[in-house]
Design a protein around this ligand. Structure first.
Ligand code: FAD
Length: 520
Protein backbone atom coordinates (compact mmCIF):
# COMPACT_ATOMS: atom_id res chain seq x y z
CA UNK A 1 0.00 0.00 0.00
CA UNK A 2 1.94 3.00 -1.22
CA UNK A 3 1.35 6.56 -0.22
CA UNK A 4 -0.16 8.44 -3.17
CA UNK A 5 2.40 10.89 -4.48
CA UNK A 6 2.01 14.42 -3.17
CA UNK A 7 -0.72 13.54 -0.68
CA UNK A 8 -0.17 14.62 2.91
CA UNK A 9 0.55 11.95 5.49
CA UNK A 10 -0.69 12.44 9.04
CA UNK A 11 0.84 11.15 12.20
CA UNK A 12 -2.62 10.57 13.66
CA UNK A 13 -6.08 10.24 12.13
CA UNK A 14 -9.07 10.27 14.48
CA UNK A 15 -12.34 8.86 13.15
CA UNK A 16 -15.38 10.66 14.60
CA UNK A 17 -15.49 14.11 16.19
CA UNK A 18 -17.72 13.48 19.19
CA UNK A 19 -16.49 13.93 22.77
CA UNK A 20 -13.90 11.15 22.49
CA UNK A 21 -12.64 12.31 19.08
CA UNK A 22 -12.35 15.98 20.03
CA UNK A 23 -10.62 15.11 23.28
CA UNK A 24 -8.20 12.82 21.43
CA UNK A 25 -7.43 15.52 18.89
CA UNK A 26 -6.90 18.29 21.45
CA UNK A 27 -4.69 16.12 23.64
CA UNK A 28 -2.58 15.16 20.65
CA UNK A 29 -2.28 18.80 19.61
CA UNK A 30 -1.21 19.83 23.13
CA UNK A 31 1.50 17.17 23.29
CA UNK A 32 3.00 17.22 19.79
CA UNK A 33 4.47 19.61 17.30
CA UNK A 34 1.81 19.59 14.64
CA UNK A 35 4.02 20.82 11.82
CA UNK A 36 5.98 17.59 12.27
CA UNK A 37 3.24 15.27 13.52
CA UNK A 38 -0.07 16.56 12.17
CA UNK A 39 -3.46 15.30 13.30
CA UNK A 40 -6.65 14.99 11.27
CA UNK A 41 -10.15 14.53 12.67
CA UNK A 42 -12.70 13.04 10.25
CA UNK A 43 -16.43 13.41 10.94
CA UNK A 44 -19.30 12.25 8.76
CA UNK A 45 -21.81 14.78 10.08
CA UNK A 46 -21.77 18.47 9.08
CA UNK A 47 -20.94 19.37 12.69
CA UNK A 48 -18.83 18.08 15.55
CA UNK A 49 -20.05 16.81 18.95
CA UNK A 50 -21.58 13.47 18.02
CA UNK A 51 -24.18 12.65 20.64
CA UNK A 52 -23.45 15.88 22.52
CA UNK A 53 -25.27 18.54 20.60
CA UNK A 54 -28.20 20.95 20.57
CA UNK A 55 -30.75 21.37 17.81
CA UNK A 56 -33.36 23.97 17.02
CA UNK A 57 -37.03 23.38 16.18
CA UNK A 58 -39.28 26.40 15.57
CA UNK A 59 -37.38 28.63 17.98
CA UNK A 60 -36.96 25.99 20.69
CA UNK A 61 -33.47 24.72 21.38
CA UNK A 62 -33.18 21.14 22.61
CA UNK A 63 -30.14 19.36 24.00
CA UNK A 64 -29.44 15.67 23.48
CA UNK A 65 -27.23 15.35 26.54
CA UNK A 66 -28.69 16.35 29.90
CA UNK A 67 -26.49 16.12 32.96
CA UNK A 68 -22.78 15.66 33.51
CA UNK A 69 -20.67 15.06 36.60
CA UNK A 70 -17.73 17.20 37.66
CA UNK A 71 -15.35 17.25 34.69
CA UNK A 72 -13.26 20.23 35.82
CA UNK A 73 -9.87 18.42 35.76
CA UNK A 74 -10.52 17.31 32.20
CA UNK A 75 -11.59 20.80 31.14
CA UNK A 76 -8.48 22.28 32.77
CA UNK A 77 -6.29 19.76 31.03
CA UNK A 78 -7.87 20.38 27.64
CA UNK A 79 -7.82 24.15 28.19
CA UNK A 80 -11.57 24.67 27.88
CA UNK A 81 -13.71 27.14 29.77
CA UNK A 82 -17.48 26.76 29.72
CA UNK A 83 -20.24 28.18 31.83
CA UNK A 84 -21.77 25.41 33.88
CA UNK A 85 -24.62 25.40 36.31
CA UNK A 86 -24.10 23.21 39.36
CA UNK A 87 -27.33 21.83 40.78
CA UNK A 88 -27.72 22.81 44.40
CA UNK A 89 -30.36 21.59 46.82
CA UNK A 90 -31.33 18.27 45.31
CA UNK A 91 -29.89 17.15 42.01
CA UNK A 92 -32.30 14.30 41.42
CA UNK A 93 -35.86 13.39 42.34
CA UNK A 94 -37.36 9.95 42.11
CA UNK A 95 -41.14 9.77 41.90
CA UNK A 96 -42.16 6.25 42.81
CA UNK A 97 -45.64 5.53 41.49
CA UNK A 98 -47.95 2.86 42.81
CA UNK A 99 -49.77 2.01 39.56
CA UNK A 100 -52.70 0.38 41.40
CA UNK A 101 -53.57 3.43 43.51
CA UNK A 102 -51.73 6.14 41.54
CA UNK A 103 -50.09 7.26 44.80
CA UNK A 104 -46.73 8.95 44.25
CA UNK A 105 -43.89 8.97 46.73
CA UNK A 106 -41.20 11.61 46.08
CA UNK A 107 -37.60 10.83 47.03
CA UNK A 108 -35.22 13.78 46.80
CA UNK A 109 -31.48 13.22 46.49
CA UNK A 110 -29.53 16.15 47.90
CA UNK A 111 -26.24 17.27 46.33
CA UNK A 112 -22.97 16.59 48.14
CA UNK A 113 -21.91 13.29 49.67
CA UNK A 114 -22.19 14.49 53.29
CA UNK A 115 -25.66 15.99 52.80
CA UNK A 116 -26.80 12.88 51.00
CA UNK A 117 -25.48 10.57 53.70
CA UNK A 118 -26.94 12.65 56.54
CA UNK A 119 -30.35 12.90 54.89
CA UNK A 120 -30.58 9.16 54.29
CA UNK A 121 -29.31 8.26 57.76
CA UNK A 122 -31.75 10.69 59.44
CA UNK A 123 -34.66 9.57 57.33
CA UNK A 124 -34.05 5.83 57.64
CA UNK A 125 -32.49 5.40 61.11
CA UNK A 126 -33.16 1.65 61.20
CA UNK A 127 -30.73 1.28 58.29
CA UNK A 128 -28.47 4.16 59.37
CA UNK A 129 -25.29 2.21 60.05
CA UNK A 130 -25.71 0.08 56.91
CA UNK A 131 -26.20 3.21 54.78
CA UNK A 132 -23.10 4.79 56.29
CA UNK A 133 -21.05 1.66 55.74
CA UNK A 134 -22.25 1.32 52.15
CA UNK A 135 -21.51 4.95 51.28
CA UNK A 136 -18.11 5.03 53.03
CA UNK A 137 -16.96 1.75 51.54
CA UNK A 138 -18.18 2.75 48.08
CA UNK A 139 -16.44 6.11 48.33
CA UNK A 140 -13.15 4.40 49.19
CA UNK A 141 -13.60 1.98 46.33
CA UNK A 142 -14.32 4.89 43.96
CA UNK A 143 -11.16 6.70 45.10
CA UNK A 144 -9.12 3.55 44.45
CA UNK A 145 -9.89 4.10 40.76
CA UNK A 146 -7.28 6.84 40.80
CA UNK A 147 -4.58 4.22 41.51
CA UNK A 148 -5.55 1.93 38.64
CA UNK A 149 -3.44 1.64 35.52
CA UNK A 150 -5.05 1.23 32.10
CA UNK A 151 -2.44 -1.27 30.91
CA UNK A 152 -0.90 -2.53 34.15
CA UNK A 153 2.62 -3.96 34.02
CA UNK A 154 3.56 -6.85 36.29
CA UNK A 155 4.77 -4.51 39.04
CA UNK A 156 1.57 -2.44 38.76
CA UNK A 157 -0.51 -5.58 39.26
CA UNK A 158 1.40 -6.40 42.44
CA UNK A 159 0.89 -2.88 43.74
CA UNK A 160 -2.84 -3.10 43.05
CA UNK A 161 -3.20 -5.64 45.83
CA UNK A 162 -2.33 -2.84 48.26
CA UNK A 163 -3.65 0.23 46.47
CA UNK A 164 -6.94 -1.12 45.14
CA UNK A 165 -8.04 -3.92 47.50
CA UNK A 166 -11.73 -3.06 47.34
CA UNK A 167 -11.79 -2.92 43.57
CA UNK A 168 -10.03 -6.28 43.36
CA UNK A 169 -12.39 -7.84 45.90
CA UNK A 170 -15.50 -6.65 44.06
CA UNK A 171 -14.33 -6.68 40.47
CA UNK A 172 -16.49 -9.59 39.39
CA UNK A 173 -19.61 -8.60 41.35
CA UNK A 174 -22.76 -7.16 39.91
CA UNK A 175 -24.15 -4.10 41.65
CA UNK A 176 -26.90 -6.25 43.18
CA UNK A 177 -24.40 -8.75 44.67
CA UNK A 178 -22.24 -5.91 45.93
CA UNK A 179 -25.13 -3.95 47.44
CA UNK A 180 -26.58 -6.98 49.22
CA UNK A 181 -23.39 -7.30 51.30
CA UNK A 182 -24.39 -4.23 53.30
CA UNK A 183 -27.76 -5.54 54.50
CA UNK A 184 -29.86 -2.51 53.56
CA UNK A 185 -33.52 -3.50 53.77
CA UNK A 186 -35.43 -0.21 53.51
CA UNK A 187 -37.26 -0.26 50.11
CA UNK A 188 -36.86 3.51 49.52
CA UNK A 189 -33.11 3.30 50.04
CA UNK A 190 -32.83 0.31 47.72
CA UNK A 191 -34.85 2.31 45.17
CA UNK A 192 -32.48 5.24 45.42
CA UNK A 193 -29.29 3.23 44.99
CA UNK A 194 -30.71 1.10 42.19
CA UNK A 195 -31.28 4.24 40.14
CA UNK A 196 -27.51 4.55 39.73
CA UNK A 197 -27.42 1.10 38.18
CA UNK A 198 -30.17 2.12 35.75
CA UNK A 199 -28.11 5.24 34.94
CA UNK A 200 -25.44 2.85 33.73
CA UNK A 201 -28.00 1.49 31.23
CA UNK A 202 -28.07 -1.98 32.78
CA UNK A 203 -30.17 -3.43 35.59
CA UNK A 204 -28.59 -3.83 39.01
CA UNK A 205 -28.53 -7.63 38.65
CA UNK A 206 -26.30 -7.36 35.55
CA UNK A 207 -24.17 -4.22 35.77
CA UNK A 208 -20.65 -4.41 37.14
CA UNK A 209 -20.65 -2.79 40.60
CA UNK A 210 -17.98 -0.20 39.95
CA UNK A 211 -19.92 1.67 37.26
CA UNK A 212 -22.93 2.70 39.37
CA UNK A 213 -20.59 3.41 42.29
CA UNK A 214 -18.58 5.78 40.10
CA UNK A 215 -21.72 7.40 38.66
CA UNK A 216 -23.08 7.94 42.16
CA UNK A 217 -19.87 9.36 43.61
CA UNK A 218 -19.07 11.63 40.71
CA UNK A 219 -22.63 13.00 40.60
CA UNK A 220 -22.57 13.54 44.35
CA UNK A 221 -19.41 15.58 43.86
CA UNK A 222 -21.46 17.76 41.53
CA UNK A 223 -24.12 17.46 38.84
CA UNK A 224 -23.93 20.08 36.11
CA UNK A 225 -25.32 21.25 32.83
CA UNK A 226 -24.08 23.88 30.38
CA UNK A 227 -25.66 27.30 30.71
CA UNK A 228 -25.64 27.90 26.96
CA UNK A 229 -26.77 24.45 25.86
CA UNK A 230 -24.51 21.50 25.14
CA UNK A 231 -23.66 22.82 21.68
CA UNK A 232 -21.63 25.52 23.45
CA UNK A 233 -19.43 22.83 24.96
CA UNK A 234 -18.94 21.09 21.62
CA UNK A 235 -18.16 24.40 19.88
CA UNK A 236 -15.56 25.27 22.51
CA UNK A 237 -13.85 21.90 22.06
CA UNK A 238 -13.78 22.30 18.27
CA UNK A 239 -12.50 25.87 18.56
CA UNK A 240 -9.71 24.78 20.90
CA UNK A 241 -8.72 21.93 18.60
CA UNK A 242 -8.57 24.16 15.54
CA UNK A 243 -6.76 26.97 17.39
CA UNK A 244 -4.08 24.47 18.38
CA UNK A 245 -3.62 23.65 14.69
CA UNK A 246 -5.62 20.42 14.42
CA UNK A 247 -7.21 19.72 11.04
CA UNK A 248 -10.85 18.75 10.62
CA UNK A 249 -12.85 17.25 7.77
CA UNK A 250 -16.64 17.45 8.17
CA UNK A 251 -19.25 15.65 6.02
CA UNK A 252 -16.63 13.00 5.36
CA UNK A 253 -17.34 9.34 6.05
CA UNK A 254 -14.65 6.76 6.66
CA UNK A 255 -15.56 3.46 5.04
CA UNK A 256 -12.42 1.48 5.74
CA UNK A 257 -9.49 1.38 8.12
CA UNK A 258 -6.44 0.47 6.04
CA UNK A 259 -4.27 -2.30 7.42
CA UNK A 260 -1.16 -3.90 5.90
CA UNK A 261 1.05 -6.53 7.51
CA UNK A 262 -0.71 -6.12 10.85
CA UNK A 263 0.00 -2.38 10.85
CA UNK A 264 -2.54 0.41 10.41
CA UNK A 265 -1.87 2.59 7.38
CA UNK A 266 -4.67 5.13 7.37
CA UNK A 267 -8.28 5.29 6.23
CA UNK A 268 -10.34 5.14 3.10
CA UNK A 269 -13.21 7.60 2.62
CA UNK A 270 -16.61 7.05 1.01
CA UNK A 271 -15.30 9.03 -1.99
CA UNK A 272 -12.66 6.34 -2.43
CA UNK A 273 -9.83 8.66 -1.40
CA UNK A 274 -7.21 7.19 0.92
CA UNK A 275 -5.54 9.22 3.65
CA UNK A 276 -2.45 7.80 5.31
CA UNK A 277 -1.21 7.99 8.89
CA UNK A 278 0.98 6.20 11.42
CA UNK A 279 -1.79 5.97 14.00
CA UNK A 280 -5.56 5.70 13.73
CA UNK A 281 -7.88 6.22 16.68
CA UNK A 282 -11.46 5.19 16.04
CA UNK A 283 -14.13 6.75 18.25
CA UNK A 284 -17.14 5.44 16.30
CA UNK A 285 -19.35 2.64 17.63
CA UNK A 286 -17.07 -0.29 18.48
CA UNK A 287 -18.98 -2.84 16.41
CA UNK A 288 -19.04 -0.54 13.39
CA UNK A 289 -15.30 0.01 13.68
CA UNK A 290 -14.24 -3.55 14.33
CA UNK A 291 -16.68 -5.46 12.14
CA UNK A 292 -17.20 -3.08 9.22
CA UNK A 293 -14.29 -0.64 9.03
CA UNK A 294 -11.59 -3.22 9.80
CA UNK A 295 -13.37 -6.58 9.34
CA UNK A 296 -13.61 -9.31 11.95
CA UNK A 297 -11.80 -11.86 9.79
CA UNK A 298 -8.81 -9.58 9.45
CA UNK A 299 -8.71 -9.18 13.23
CA UNK A 300 -9.15 -12.92 13.70
CA UNK A 301 -6.19 -13.64 11.47
CA UNK A 302 -4.04 -11.49 13.77
CA UNK A 303 -5.52 -12.23 17.19
CA UNK A 304 -8.23 -14.86 17.57
CA UNK A 305 -8.88 -14.00 21.21
CA UNK A 306 -9.53 -10.35 20.46
CA UNK A 307 -11.90 -11.32 17.63
CA UNK A 308 -13.78 -13.73 19.92
CA UNK A 309 -14.01 -11.02 22.55
CA UNK A 310 -15.59 -8.64 20.02
CA UNK A 311 -18.15 -11.30 19.17
CA UNK A 312 -19.08 -11.82 22.81
CA UNK A 313 -19.74 -8.16 23.55
CA UNK A 314 -23.21 -6.78 24.08
CA UNK A 315 -23.80 -3.16 23.25
CA UNK A 316 -25.76 -0.72 25.42
CA UNK A 317 -29.41 0.09 24.80
CA UNK A 318 -30.87 2.80 22.65
CA UNK A 319 -33.48 5.33 23.69
CA UNK A 320 -36.63 7.26 22.89
CA UNK A 321 -36.41 10.96 23.64
CA UNK A 322 -39.44 13.24 23.58
CA UNK A 323 -38.55 16.93 23.51
CA UNK A 324 -41.41 19.34 24.11
CA UNK A 325 -41.51 23.08 23.47
CA UNK A 326 -43.97 24.65 25.91
CA UNK A 327 -45.82 27.93 26.30
CA UNK A 328 -44.77 30.17 29.18
CA UNK A 329 -47.84 29.53 31.34
CA UNK A 330 -46.39 26.63 33.33
CA UNK A 331 -44.52 27.31 36.55
CA UNK A 332 -41.80 24.72 35.89
CA UNK A 333 -39.59 25.92 38.75
CA UNK A 334 -42.61 25.77 41.09
CA UNK A 335 -43.09 22.16 40.03
CA UNK A 336 -39.57 21.43 41.30
CA UNK A 337 -38.14 20.97 37.80
CA UNK A 338 -34.99 22.99 38.46
CA UNK A 339 -32.94 19.94 39.33
CA UNK A 340 -30.66 17.81 37.20
CA UNK A 341 -32.98 14.88 36.69
CA UNK A 342 -36.44 13.60 37.61
CA UNK A 343 -37.23 9.92 37.39
CA UNK A 344 -40.82 8.64 37.32
CA UNK A 345 -40.88 4.92 37.99
CA UNK A 346 -43.16 2.16 39.13
CA UNK A 347 -40.23 1.19 41.35
CA UNK A 348 -39.01 -2.16 42.66
CA UNK A 349 -37.66 -4.31 39.88
CA UNK A 350 -39.19 -2.15 37.11
CA UNK A 351 -35.94 -1.53 35.23
CA UNK A 352 -34.85 -5.17 35.49
CA UNK A 353 -38.12 -6.41 34.00
CA UNK A 354 -38.13 -3.74 31.27
CA UNK A 355 -34.65 -4.92 30.47
CA UNK A 356 -35.80 -8.55 30.23
CA UNK A 357 -38.28 -7.49 27.55
CA UNK A 358 -35.68 -5.36 25.80
CA UNK A 359 -33.39 -8.40 25.62
CA UNK A 360 -36.24 -10.37 24.01
CA UNK A 361 -36.64 -7.60 21.42
CA UNK A 362 -39.87 -6.34 22.97
CA UNK A 363 -40.97 -2.99 24.41
CA UNK A 364 -42.11 -3.80 27.94
CA UNK A 365 -43.53 -0.40 28.94
CA UNK A 366 -47.17 -0.39 30.05
CA UNK A 367 -49.50 1.61 32.33
CA UNK A 368 -48.42 -0.68 35.16
CA UNK A 369 -44.69 -0.72 34.47
CA UNK A 370 -42.66 2.27 33.36
CA UNK A 371 -39.59 4.34 34.09
CA UNK A 372 -38.79 7.67 32.43
CA UNK A 373 -36.39 10.55 33.04
CA UNK A 374 -37.72 14.12 32.80
CA UNK A 375 -35.43 17.11 32.49
CA UNK A 376 -36.06 20.83 32.10
CA UNK A 377 -33.11 22.39 30.20
CA UNK A 378 -34.71 25.84 29.82
CA UNK A 379 -34.48 26.54 33.57
CA UNK A 380 -30.71 26.43 33.09
CA UNK A 381 -30.33 27.96 29.63
CA UNK A 382 -33.04 30.59 30.05
CA UNK A 383 -34.34 29.68 26.59
CA UNK A 384 -37.96 29.11 25.55
CA UNK A 385 -39.59 26.73 28.08
CA UNK A 386 -38.97 23.10 27.23
CA UNK A 387 -38.70 19.67 28.76
CA UNK A 388 -37.21 16.40 27.57
CA UNK A 389 -38.57 12.96 28.41
CA UNK A 390 -35.90 10.33 28.15
CA UNK A 391 -36.68 6.62 27.96
CA UNK A 392 -34.52 3.54 28.11
CA UNK A 393 -34.08 0.61 27.75
CA UNK A 394 -35.18 0.68 24.14
CA UNK A 395 -33.83 -1.62 21.43
CA UNK A 396 -33.41 -0.90 17.74
CA UNK A 397 -35.97 -3.63 16.99
CA UNK A 398 -37.86 -2.74 13.81
CA UNK A 399 -37.45 1.01 14.19
CA UNK A 400 -34.81 1.45 11.47
CA UNK A 401 -36.54 -0.93 9.01
CA UNK A 402 -39.86 0.81 9.57
CA UNK A 403 -38.32 4.22 9.03
CA UNK A 404 -36.74 3.03 5.81
CA UNK A 405 -39.65 1.06 4.35
CA UNK A 406 -42.88 2.43 5.77
CA UNK A 407 -42.58 6.05 6.84
CA UNK A 408 -46.29 6.58 7.76
CA UNK A 409 -46.22 3.51 10.04
CA UNK A 410 -42.95 4.72 11.56
CA UNK A 411 -44.50 8.14 12.30
CA UNK A 412 -47.55 6.43 13.78
CA UNK A 413 -45.46 4.21 16.12
CA UNK A 414 -43.26 7.11 17.11
CA UNK A 415 -46.30 9.25 17.94
CA UNK A 416 -47.95 6.37 19.82
CA UNK A 417 -44.98 5.94 22.14
CA UNK A 418 -44.42 9.69 22.39
CA UNK A 419 -48.03 10.09 23.56
CA UNK A 420 -47.66 7.22 26.00
CA UNK A 421 -44.68 8.86 27.72
CA UNK A 422 -46.24 12.35 27.65
CA UNK A 423 -49.30 10.88 29.39
CA UNK A 424 -47.14 9.48 32.18
CA UNK A 425 -45.47 12.83 32.76
CA UNK A 426 -48.80 14.63 32.68
CA UNK A 427 -50.37 12.20 35.12
CA UNK A 428 -47.61 12.11 37.71
CA UNK A 429 -45.42 15.19 37.36
CA UNK A 430 -46.74 18.11 35.28
CA UNK A 431 -50.54 18.44 35.45
CA UNK A 432 -52.20 19.67 32.23
CA UNK A 433 -48.92 19.31 30.36
CA UNK A 434 -50.66 18.66 27.03
CA UNK A 435 -52.45 22.02 27.04
CA UNK A 436 -49.06 23.75 27.13
CA UNK A 437 -47.27 21.87 24.37
CA UNK A 438 -46.47 24.02 21.33
CA UNK A 439 -44.19 21.61 19.52
CA UNK A 440 -42.86 18.10 20.03
CA UNK A 441 -39.85 16.35 18.58
CA UNK A 442 -39.49 12.61 19.11
CA UNK A 443 -36.30 10.67 18.45
CA UNK A 444 -36.30 6.90 18.28
CA UNK A 445 -33.56 4.25 18.22
CA UNK A 446 -33.60 4.70 14.41
CA UNK A 447 -32.62 8.34 14.92
CA UNK A 448 -29.60 7.39 17.03
CA UNK A 449 -28.58 4.57 14.70
CA UNK A 450 -28.71 6.87 11.68
CA UNK A 451 -26.97 9.76 13.38
CA UNK A 452 -24.06 7.81 14.84
CA UNK A 453 -23.97 4.83 12.41
CA UNK A 454 -24.19 2.51 15.43
CA UNK A 455 -25.64 -0.77 14.08
CA UNK A 456 -27.62 -1.14 17.34
CA UNK A 457 -28.50 2.53 17.90
CA UNK A 458 -26.60 2.25 21.19
CA UNK A 459 -26.21 5.52 23.04
CA UNK A 460 -23.59 4.39 25.57
CA UNK A 461 -21.39 2.14 23.41
CA UNK A 462 -20.43 -1.22 25.04
CA UNK A 463 -22.56 -2.21 28.04
CA UNK A 464 -20.63 -2.63 31.32
CA UNK A 465 -21.37 -6.26 32.12
CA UNK A 466 -18.99 -7.86 34.60
CA UNK A 467 -17.38 -9.84 31.78
CA UNK A 468 -16.48 -6.71 29.82
CA UNK A 469 -15.10 -4.39 32.42
CA UNK A 470 -11.74 -3.60 34.00
CA UNK A 471 -9.22 -6.22 33.05
CA UNK A 472 -11.78 -8.16 31.00
CA UNK A 473 -12.91 -5.27 28.81
CA UNK A 474 -12.18 -5.11 25.10
CA UNK A 475 -8.78 -3.45 25.07
CA UNK A 476 -8.29 0.06 23.77
CA UNK A 477 -5.08 -1.08 22.11
CA UNK A 478 -6.22 -3.33 19.27
CA UNK A 479 -4.06 -6.18 17.94
CA UNK A 480 -3.43 -4.08 14.82
CA UNK A 481 -0.34 -1.99 15.45
CA UNK A 482 -1.13 1.71 15.57
CA UNK A 483 -4.93 1.20 15.80
CA UNK A 484 -6.72 2.20 19.01
CA UNK A 485 -10.37 2.28 20.02
CA UNK A 486 -10.88 4.35 23.20
CA UNK A 487 -14.55 3.50 23.54
CA UNK A 488 -16.50 2.50 26.55
CA UNK A 489 -19.77 3.13 28.32
CA UNK A 490 -19.84 6.15 30.65
CA UNK A 491 -21.17 9.17 28.80
CA UNK A 492 -19.44 12.49 28.46
CA UNK A 493 -16.96 12.10 31.29
CA UNK A 494 -15.77 8.68 30.13
CA UNK A 495 -15.52 9.73 26.49
CA UNK A 496 -13.43 12.82 27.24
CA UNK A 497 -11.20 10.86 29.59
CA UNK A 498 -10.75 8.09 27.02
CA UNK A 499 -9.42 10.64 24.52
CA UNK A 500 -6.70 11.63 26.97
CA UNK A 501 -5.98 7.99 27.94
CA UNK A 502 -5.44 6.89 24.36
CA UNK A 503 -2.85 9.62 23.85
CA UNK A 504 -1.17 8.51 27.05
CA UNK A 505 -1.00 5.02 25.57
CA UNK A 506 0.41 6.16 22.23
CA UNK A 507 2.90 8.51 23.91
CA UNK A 508 4.18 5.88 26.36
CA UNK A 509 2.54 7.18 29.55
CA UNK A 510 3.73 10.74 28.99
CA UNK A 511 0.46 12.37 30.08
CA UNK A 512 -1.15 10.30 32.84
CA UNK A 513 1.66 7.93 33.70
CA UNK A 514 -0.60 5.07 32.62
CA UNK A 515 -3.22 5.94 35.23
CA UNK A 516 -6.88 5.25 34.63
CA UNK A 517 -7.88 8.70 35.89
CA UNK A 518 -6.44 12.19 35.90
CA UNK A 519 -5.32 12.91 39.46
CA UNK A 520 -7.72 14.94 41.61
C1 FAD B 1 -30.05 11.15 23.82
C2 FAD B 1 -28.76 11.00 24.57
C3 FAD B 1 -28.65 11.53 25.84
C4 FAD B 1 -27.46 11.40 26.55
N1 FAD B 1 -27.37 11.97 27.78
C5 FAD B 1 -26.21 11.93 28.44
C6 FAD B 1 -26.07 12.62 29.66
O1 FAD B 1 -27.02 13.25 30.15
N2 FAD B 1 -24.86 12.58 30.29
C7 FAD B 1 -23.82 11.90 29.78
O2 FAD B 1 -22.73 11.92 30.38
N3 FAD B 1 -23.92 11.22 28.62
C8 FAD B 1 -25.09 11.24 27.93
N4 FAD B 1 -25.22 10.57 26.75
C9 FAD B 1 -24.10 9.74 26.28
C10 FAD B 1 -22.99 10.58 25.69
O3 FAD B 1 -23.54 11.58 24.88
C11 FAD B 1 -22.06 9.66 24.90
O4 FAD B 1 -21.59 8.63 25.76
C12 FAD B 1 -20.84 10.38 24.38
O5 FAD B 1 -21.20 11.62 23.82
C13 FAD B 1 -20.15 9.49 23.35
O6 FAD B 1 -19.12 10.22 22.73
P1 FAD B 1 -18.20 9.54 21.66
O7 FAD B 1 -17.33 10.59 21.09
O8 FAD B 1 -17.56 8.35 22.24
O9 FAD B 1 -19.20 8.97 20.54
P2 FAD B 1 -20.22 9.73 19.57
O10 FAD B 1 -20.83 10.89 20.21
O11 FAD B 1 -21.12 8.66 19.04
O12 FAD B 1 -19.27 10.26 18.40
C14 FAD B 1 -18.85 9.46 17.35
C15 FAD B 1 -18.80 10.34 16.11
O13 FAD B 1 -18.36 9.55 15.03
C16 FAD B 1 -19.06 9.95 13.86
N5 FAD B 1 -19.00 8.85 12.90
C17 FAD B 1 -19.66 7.66 12.95
N6 FAD B 1 -19.31 6.90 11.92
C18 FAD B 1 -18.39 7.59 11.20
C19 FAD B 1 -17.63 7.31 10.03
N7 FAD B 1 -17.76 6.14 9.40
N8 FAD B 1 -16.78 8.26 9.57
C20 FAD B 1 -16.64 9.44 10.22
N9 FAD B 1 -17.33 9.75 11.33
C21 FAD B 1 -18.18 8.84 11.82
C22 FAD B 1 -20.46 10.22 14.36
O14 FAD B 1 -21.14 11.06 13.47
C23 FAD B 1 -20.15 10.90 15.70
O15 FAD B 1 -20.04 12.29 15.56
C24 FAD B 1 -26.38 10.70 25.99
C25 FAD B 1 -26.48 10.16 24.71
C26 FAD B 1 -27.66 10.33 23.99
C27 FAD B 1 -27.75 9.80 22.60
Amino acid sequence: MNQEKGSKKYKLIVIGAGMAGLSTGITWAINNELNKDPVLLIEKQPKTGGFVTSYEREGFVFDTCQVIPNISEILDYLGIEIELKKFKGYYMRILVVNPETDDVKVLELPSGLDNFKKKLMDQYPDNGSQIEEFLDYSREMYLELFNLKVEPKFIDILKLLFTCPKIIKNSSKTFKNYFEQFGITEPDVIEIFNIFADFSALPSEQVTALVPISAMNSLLDGAYRTKKGFIDFTNKLQERYENLGGELLLKTEVTKILVEDNQVKGVQLKSGEKIYSDYVVTTVDTMLAMKQLVGLEKIRSIDKKYANKIESIKMSTSSINVSLGLDDKLDLAGLGMDCGYNVITTGGDTYDRLFDDYEKGKIGFSDKRFQVGVICPSLTTGGQPNITIRVSPMGLGDWAKLRENDRPKYQEEKQKWGDFFINIVEKYLIPDLRRHILISDISTPATYARYSSSPTGSIFDMAPYTNNFGRTRLKMRTPIKGLFQPKFVHGVFGSLLAGIQVNDMILNRKIMNGNARLKI
